[in-house]
Write a protein that binds this ligand. Structure first.
Ligand code: FHN
Length: 452
């Protein structure tokens, strides 16, 4: 049987021409215009973020590092969050995983502690993924962890309480695409093997979605934001996003709206998302948009999977993970780094070990990351720059030579190593020839501090 793959390659294959045409149109409209408005939606009024929302954006840009958690009933078969689609499992069969889902090892305090130890400032967890399964107590359908599993508890409530207690912010991921709901109709690119009737009322689905979002925004205390995904399944449908965004901003004005639509941001969105790529690049096939003026986030996996995949041992090394974080900061973006929780609720040990070591690095070098903006030296193959409070941090990541040529920096008086010690440099024309500290003493990142 041919395996279907998550969007990116497959979506582009199936609706490639449409998306490409749309992308060309959209690159002409960055951020402020009514780019990518679904065909039937009314023209968007200008979106003016509230003061609370502006402050939340400012906090977000300083945070720089968050934990993504993919977790759902799909962790039982342990073949990733796309197992229902990839293995063509009809709803009636898929529902049989729910009685086997009893994550009694889930320890919200431990998850939040790990995020904090890793130096992460927020957590984004899947409240509902594409299989439609709610990981929270919802009254809108019994297809949820409280009603359909022996666990009978609400892990999002536990996580929210613990996040508030430990002072970390919490976002909820919410899939717009739904392979389980009978009113998700007409179907888009995916979800054709579920056995659902070829009928349904999409507006009723949108109402269901808004009702679940209302629950998420009223029953869990202050929420940092909602992270949408899956709109790419049918980008031209009338999603009524304008109303949904207004609802979210009305219920919690500070909540940030992120939509991993793979399209340019539309009014009402507060953060621009990039999947598995730095802003402006497109190696994974998801990002065809220009970089907007909104705060930016890049999400990535720690191995090759989002949802727990027992066979996937291809974890990135600690230096690789740190480089991704540093390169994201150098592109003005946060890194949202994923872990896939196990069906027991445990954190895969490969993930927690690595995160603890990233946290150790950040506890020493975090000043060059948190609260910074992209620096004046644009990202290069050898590394990136960040800046804060008049200082420029040059992160030398992939460069084994003793010297590095940098563009001259106005008013530069001194360069020192982040760890102390003067760094010698000469001005040659418009450039600086810098004597780098020994690579062997800083194998992950040689950080120079340029002071004016
Ligand atoms: O299809 C999803 C996928 O399962 C995962 O949730 C990622 C995370 O960014 N988003 C979608 C693919 O774009």
């Amino acid at each position: 049987m041919m395996q279907r793959t998550p969007p990116g390659r497959a979506a582009r294959r199936l609706s490639g021409q449409l998306i490409a045409a749309l992308a060309v149109l959209l690159t002409l409209h960055v951020n402020t215009s009514a780019a990518q408005t679904p065909a039937s939606a009314p023209p968007q009024a200008a979106y003016v973020p509230s003061e609370a929302n502006r402050q939340a954006r400012a906090w977000f840009e300083k945070a720089r590092f968050g934990m993504f958690i993919h977790w759902g009933v799909y962790s039982v078969p342990a073949r990733g969050e796309w197992v229902m689609e990839n293995s063509r499992i009809p709803i009636a069969e898929y529902e049989k995983f729910a009685p086997q889902f009893d994550p009694t090892h889930f320890d919200a305090a431990r998850v939040v502690r790990l995020a904090r130890m890793a130096g992460m400032k927020y957590i984004t967890i899947t409240a509902k993924h594409h299989d439609g399964f709610a990981m929270f107590a919802t009254r809108q359908s019994s297809w949820n962890i409280v009603d359909a599993t022996p666990y009978k508890r609400d892990p999002l409530k536990q996580l929210a309480d613990e996040a508030h207690r430990q002072g970390i912010k919490l976002f909820f991921y919410y899939s717009l695409m739904d392979w389980h709901h009978p009113d998700y109709y007409p179907l888009g690119t995916y979800g054709h093997f579920t056995g659902r009737a070829a009928a349904g009322n999409f507006d009723r689905y949108v109402k269901f979605m808004d009702a679940q979002l209302t629950e998420l925004l009223t029953n869990y205390g202050p929420i940092a934001g909602i992270w949408f995904d899956g709109m790419w399944d049918k980008p031209n449908a009338d999603w009524h996003m304008r109303e949904t965004y207004a609802l979210i901003h009305r219920l919690q004005p500070a909540a940030l709206i992120i939509n991993n639509s793979h399209l340019s941001p539309i009014p009402g969105e507060d953060v621009q998302e990039f999947e598995k790529d730095l802003p402006g690049s497109n190696t994974a096939g998801f990002n065809q948009t220009q970089v907007s003026a909104l705060p930016l986030e890049m999400c990535d996996t720690m191995n090759d999977s989002w949802g727990y995949t027992a066979s996937d041992k291809n974890y990135k090394s600690v230096p690789d993970l740190i480089h991704r974080l540093v390169r994201a900061a150098g592109s003005d973006a946060n890194l949202l780094l994923n872990i896939g929780l196990m069906p027991t609720g445990d954190i895969p040990p490969q993930a927690s070990e690595r995160l603890a070591r990233v946290g150790q690095w950040l506890s020493h070098y975090g000043d060059s990351i948190y609260g910074t903006r992209a620096g004046p030296i644009s990202p290069r193959p050898w590394g990136v720059s960040t800046q804060k409070n008049g200082k420029i941090y040059v992160h030398v990541l992939d460069w084994n030579e003793h010297h590095l040529v940098l563009p001259d920096v106005d008013g530069l008086k001194r360069i020192r190593s982040f760890d102390g010690g003067e760094v010698r440099f000469q001005r040659i024309g418009n450039e600086l020839l810098v004597d780098l500290p020994e690579a062997s003493t800083h194998p992950i990142d040689r950080i120079l501090v340029l002071e004016r």
